[in-house]
Each structure stands twice: as structure tokens, then as C-alpha cells.
Design a protein around this ligand. Structure first.
Ligand SMILES: *Cc1c(COP(=O)(O)O)cnc(C)c1O
Length: 465
């Protein structure tokens, strides 16, 4: 299996090299040369199978012969043993046709753990085999950083620098990144928003000399291995609810579009997903783009769901690539124009192809708070603000019960955002052990301006120390 760039100007790589590279040197994102398919019988057989076995089966289709099946299964079993629920990603029923897919039972209580726990183990395996060391730089809107630090802290062959937007994340999120006390971890508060952090990361990759000097790697959802790991729970949830004999709809709280794109990837592999409802907070660039084809950057607003305070949804490039019939020149032109002008209009046929599956819904702050409150009162389930955005978007797109099950992806534990949950519902989510422990640890944070050169100097000093 080879991986190609959405912009068509980088050489194709194998799975391992794609894993280590993150972003392609032409500025594009890697996608498989062709998506593997999963047969209806195999999908039906995923129902009731341990999560780690399904994960190993699906990852194996992407890794090809680069990682032996037995090793992959061992890595998946170790990764998902770190989750506190035996089903790893359990379904909870909210109503007659409505389910929550809880992705927050990992070590840092957000869905980023699902991919990061296996990614850390894949990196260790691959780097040890090659005797290579790398420097990971990670831009985070709050949850990726904690999940990455948890997955990579203390590992050999890896240094990790996390960039987060100062003052824009919750205390619980911050503590997951700042309290590890491991020498291979640095956490940096950047004086800017998440889009600044992500733009800095992209410019580090575009400086080839710098990237080579520090062996730069990325574990943001631009890393295709993360998308692969996130395809898995679409399969397990759909199979549990009767796929492939039944079609399943999903609603996904969306920021960088990695989670939603993974669902689309599962569909390309043969999973019968009907509609994908993409729910955003007030940072509604994706909801607007999916509705009108106008992909236009606005100012990033701070909301109760900070992990989605994003105006540049990197993985949208992968969707455009797929829905444009894999036209790399069109994709490159579209996203270079967007980078230059902050806006671009999608061709009508590309938008039409996207809209056969995707539906965008933007949810206001008031509606998010009201949805947390109503969900608690009507179902007894306490949900976090990100999940509430998706529950609200799902209710708008599908107000009445239907025969097709609707799975709402629940991306964070309510205890990760206790202030917003308390303000909306009057209830305090009980803090899991992982949160209570962190409250007492000392924090290590460095501070930098939102400036790529300053970050380069900092990363170089750390990587070469
Ligand atoms: C990262 C994150 C999201 C958004 O996921 P994307 O893949 O970036 O679209 C939603 N909710 C939570 C809690 C997150 O951490």
C-alpha cells in the first residue's frame, strides 16, 4: 500500500514513512493510493469482537506487509488496554433512534486518545527497528496535546513539543500536557489562537532544512495513521447496530475535520454510512463550506467547546481531493488559493458530490448550553459541550425519530470541561481519578510569541540538546 499527496507533487510513500512524515513536503496531506475494502461478511463479523482485534484487522489493511499482523495485534491490545471501559468505545442509547458513541474512556478523557495510544506504540516499534530519533511538534486546540503527551512521554527515540494557544484551553486540558515531568516533553503556550499554532507547524514543515535537521514529525490529524485509527470506531459502532444490513447515520462535532473524514474513509471502505452530520460551534467554517461551497476563514471565536475553535479545517483538503475524483491539481489550486486569500469557492460538481453524504449544522453557544441541560433532564446523561454541539446538530438535521439509527459521536468526558457543564446544567461532573491526580502536580510551561522563527529556534535547541 502506497500513500500519495493530495497535491500530487510529492513522491508516494509506504505506510511507515507516511506515519513518520505527517504532512507531505508539497504542503498536501497523504491519502492511500486506493482505499482497501472490507467485505459485508467481515463487517458483520466485527459485531461483538474485541475492539483491539477489529483495530488490528483494519490497521493491517493499511500497513500491508510493513508491520507483521501479530505485532500489530499486540500493539493494539496494549493501546486499548489503557481505556477504562471494557468495550473501549461503548454505545449509550439516548432515544428510540439515537445513540452516543463514547470515545472518551482513554487516559486523557477525550477521543484523541483512541488514535494517539496506538500511534505512540507504532512510532516506538518503527523507530526502534530503524534506530532513528524524531522530534514531534504538535499544535493543539487542547485535547490533542494532552493525548500526545500521554502517548509519547518517556518514550525512547522521540522528543515532543506541544504548542497550545495561551488562555484558550481548560485547566484540566492544560494539566494533562504540563504535569508529566518527562525530559522528552516540552509544552509551549503560544500568544495566539489555534490557527496561529497550526500555521506555525505548517511553516516548520515547509522549511525543509529545518525539518531535516530535527527529524520533524507531526501527530496532528494531518497524520494519516490517525485517520486510520479513527475509522475503527465507525465500523464497530455500525456493526453493533446492524451494519451492513442496516444503514447508519453519524453526527460528528467538528473542528479540524479529522474525525468526520475518518467516517468518510470508513464509507469509502464499504461501511454503509448514510448521512454524516457535521456539527460546528460558532466557528462555523465547515458548516458554511458544506452548505454553500464557500470555504472562507473568519476570526476564531472562543467558545465552551474550545477543541473546535478552529477556522482552518485541515482535513477538508482530503475530502475535496476524494470528491473531486482525486484531482490533485484542482486540490492544490483550491488550497493554495485558500492559504493566500483566506477564501475559496468549491466547483459545483465537487460540492454536489460532498453533499450526497455531508450536511453542516452550526450550533450557537446558547443552544449548546441548552442541549447539555435538556439531555441531562430527558435522558439522565451528562454530556460535555463538544458532544452537545453534535447532539444539537443531529436534532436539527433529524428532528423526528427514523428507522435508520443515528450515532452521535461523543468526544470528551464532561469532567474535562467542568465549568461549562456546571454553568449549563447546575450539575458538577464527578472527576475521574486521572483528573484528581493531575490537580496536585507541578506544571512546566514555556511561553513564545506566535512566530515561526521563534518556535524554530526553540525546537532546534531542544532537539539538538
Ligand atoms: C479534537 C476534538 C474535536 C474535533 O475533532 P476534529 O477531528 O478536529 O474535527 C471535537 N471534540 C473534542 C472534545 C476534541 O478534542
Amino acid at each position: 500500500m502506497k500513500y500519495i499527496s493530495t497535491r500530487g507533487e510529492s513522491p508516494a510513500l509506504g505506510f511507515t514513512e507516511t506515519l513518520l512524515a505527517g504532512l507531505a513536503p508539497d504542503g498536501g496531506l497523504y491519502c492511500p493510493q486506493s482505499w482497501p475494502t472490507v467485505s459485508p461478511e467481515t463487517i458483520a463479523g466485527y459485531s461483538g469482537r474485541p475492539y483491539a482485534e477489529v483495530a488490528a484487522d483494519i490497521l493491517g489493511r493499511f500497513a500491508g506487509d510493513e508491520i507483521p499482523a501479530g505485532i500489530l495485534l499486540d500493539l493494539c491490545q496494549a493501546a486499548y488496554a489503557s481505556f477504562t471501559h471494557p468495550a473501549v468505545t461503548p454505545l449509550v442509547q439516548l432515544g428510540p433512534d439515537r445513540f452516543l458513541l463514547e470515545l472518551f474512556h482513554g487516559p486523557t478523557l477525550a477521543f484523541k486518545d483512541v488514535a494517539m495510544q496506538i500511534l505512540g506504540r507504532l512510532y516506538t516499534h518503527v523507530l526502534a527497528a530503524r534506530g532513528r530519533s524524531i522530534t514531534i511538534v504538535c499544535a493543539t486546540s487542547g485535547d490533542t496535546g494532552g493525548a500526545a503527551v500521554e502517548a509519547f512521554a518517556g518514550l525512547d527515540h522521540v522528543r515532543i513539543v506541544v504548542l497550545f494557544p495561551e488562555g484558550r484551553i481548560s485547566e484540566v486540558q492544560r494539566r494533562f500536557m504540563t504535569t508529566t515531568a518527562q525530559d522528552n516533553v516540552r509544552t509551549v503556550a503560544v500568544a495566539g489562537d489555534f490557527d496561529d499554532c497550526q500555521a506555525i507547524l505548517k511553516s516548520l514543515f515547509q522549511d525543509g532544512d529545518f525539518a531535516d535537521a530535527v527529524n520533524l514529525s507531526a501527530v496532528n490529524s494531518i497524520n494519516f495513521a490517525r485517520i486510520v485509527a479513527q475509522c475503527v470506531y465507525y465500523f464497530t459502532a455500525a456493526a453493533t447496530l446492524g451494519a451492513p444490513a442496516r444503514i447508519i447515520d453519524f453526527a460528528v462535532p467538528t473542528g479540524n475535520f479529522g474525525d468526520a473524514f475518518a467516517g468518510y474513509g470508513a464509507r469509502l471502505m464499504g461501511l454503509p454510512i448514510g448521512r454524516m452530520i457535521v456539527a460546528t460551534n460558532a466557528n462555523d467554517i465547515m458548516a458554511r463550506a458544506l452548505t454553500s461551497g464557500d470555504y472562507r476563514r473568519g476570526p476564531a471565536a472562543a467558545t465552551q467547546s474550545p477543541a473546535m475553535d478552529i477556522q482552518v479545517a485541515s482535513n477538508f483538503e482530503r475530502l475535496v481531493f476524494e470528491c473531486a475524483g482525486r484531482d490533485a491539481a484542482l486540490t492544490a489550486g483550491t488550497f493554495r488559493a485558500f492559504a493566500a486569500d483566506g477564501r475559496v469557492s468549491l466547483p459545483a460538481d465537487v460540492l454536489a458530490a460532498i453533499r450526497t453524504v455531508f450536511l453542516g449544522e452550526a450550533v450557537s453557544e446558547a443552544e449548546t448550553a441548552r442541549t447539555m441541560d435538556e439531555t441531562l433532564r430527558q435522558t439522565g446523561v451528562l454530556i460535555d459541550p463538544h458532544t452537545a454541539v453534535a447532539v444539537a446538530g443531529a436534532r436539527r438535521a433529524r428532528p423526528a425519530p427514523q428507522a435508520t439509527p443515528l450515532v452521535v459521536v461523543s468526544t470528551a468526558h464532561p469532567a474535562k470541561f467542568p465549568d461549562a457543564v456546571l454553568a449549563a446544567t447546575g450539575a458538577s461532573p464527578p472527576a475521574p481519578l486521572a483528573v484528581r491526580l493531575r490537580a496536585g502536580f507541578a506544571e512546566a510551561i514555556d511561553r513564545l510569541p506566535a512566530d515561526a522563527e521563534a518556535v524554530k529556534t526553540y525546537v532546534r535547541d531542544f532537539a539538538l540538546s
